[in-house]
Ligand binder design. Structure first.
Ligand code: ADE
Length: 359
């Protein structure tokens, strides 16, 4: 049975057995770590079915066409931005539009030099290597990657000290697509080797409603326009969350109603799942409540917040904060995090600036 939890909604479902992972035929993976089955089924494969990020799509169409006409591989590309906005998905679209294979891995699984060397040597001409969480690449792996990205060579050293020799081994020309939630943590030599760097933006409610309608159609679930909008409004600007919510709401629609999602059913089920009208879940609200309740609205350091919520700092920084900041409910100051007046109001409190003092 699927366990409905905030984590399921935010990170992408429960962990399946290895054998149950169904791979997207366009995406070969050396290191798929957790459930991508649902996401892979609904992933758009071309620019037309990829909703949103219109500026990026236009730029990519030109770059892809130019690379095809020159018969050269694409420049290396870095995508950054909060999780769930479609970095892996757009990399898959690029690969299928170029008619090439994509190998997907993530930096934490490239721990030993032989991991990155192995994957680089396995690439065929024109193929795409996608490295997720690229800011977590270790120094040695990074240094192996520099000549590979720049000259399509592997520089191997044999022997030690005076007898040390460097061999240059050519590898096929490939395109590296890196993805990160933390562009600022990338070293400058690595960042400088990308020909294109692009930030993915949060989606508008209208864009997310289209994502919701598309997913419902693939899942063969009826949905009204208002139903799609209701889900979109609570999806924190993030298609991955929108898709998870469609699945959860459709469970309610099938079990409790006639199977068609309308506004009432969407709102009722999202209330039961404790996703509020801004898309905030229990952790987000607990974070804002903690700062208001225990720290007079802040500022308070991220480590203190994480410890008090029993979450790790990375989860707070990567998953909760980006949307709270973008929605204007939280502010980041040099002395820590502060709840904004809107954040107070959202939780039903009067902001300090509107509170009357007795003296
Ligand atoms: N599913 C996830 N991201 C999507 C997008 N940008 N367009 C359509 N479906 C998606």
């Amino acid at each position: 049975m699927a366990i409905i939890s905030d984590d399921n909604l935010k990170y992408g479902g429960e962990k399946p057995s290895k054998a149950s992972i169904k791979k997207n035929p366009n995406i070969k993976s050396e290191a798929i770590e957790f459930d991508k089955t649902f996401e892979n089924t609904i992933r758009p494969k071309d620019f037309d079915s990829y909703i949103g990020q219109s500026e990026l799509k236009e730029t990519l169409k030109i770059i892809l066409e130019a690379a095809k006409r020159r018969e050269k591989p694409l420049d290396h590309i870095l995508f950054y931005g909060p999780p769930g906005l479609g970095k892996t998905t757009i990399a898959g679209v690029i690969a299928s539009q170029m008619g090439v294979e994509i190998k997907i891995t993530s930096a934490p699984s490239l721990e030993r030099p032989r991991d990155i060397i192995g994957i680089l040597m396995s690439l065929k001409g024109g193929e795409i290597l996608f490295i997720d969480e690229i800011h977590r690449l270790n120094k040695v792996a990074e240094e192996i990657l520099y000549p590979a990205m720049e000259d399509f060579t592997l520089d191997m050293t044999t022997g030690k000290n005076q007898t040390a020799k460097t061999m240059r081994i050519p590898i096929p020309k490939f395109t590296l697509i890196g993805a990160t939630t933390k562009a600022g943590e990338l070293s400058s030599p690595l960042r400088d080797r990308f020909g294109m760097i692009h930030r993915l933006e949060f989606y508008s409610v209208n864009e997310l409603a289209k994502v919701v309608e598309r997913t419902a159609k693939i899942l063969e679930i009826g949905i009204t326009e208002d139903g799609a909008k209701a889900i979109a409004m609570r999806s924190r600007g993030t298609p991955r969350i929108a898709n998870r919510l469609v699945k959860r709401v459709s469970d309610f629609a099938i079990v409790k109603y006639d199977g068609i999602i309308n506004e009432k059913i969407a709102n009722e089920s999202l209330d039961i799942l404790k996703i509020d009208e801004f898309g905030l879940d229990t952790t987000d609200r607990a974070l804002l409540n903690l700062i208001i309740d225990k720290y007079d609205g802040g500022p308070v350091g991220i480590e203190t917040i994480a410890a008090a919520l029993s979450e790790d700092v990375r989860t707070i920084e990567d998953v909760c904060e980006p949307y709270l900041l973008q929605a204007g409910l939280l502010q980041r100051t040099p002395r820590g995090r502060k709840v904004s007046p809107e954040g107070y109001r959202h939780l039903g409190f009067k902001p300090p600036s509107e509170q009357q003092t007795l003296f």
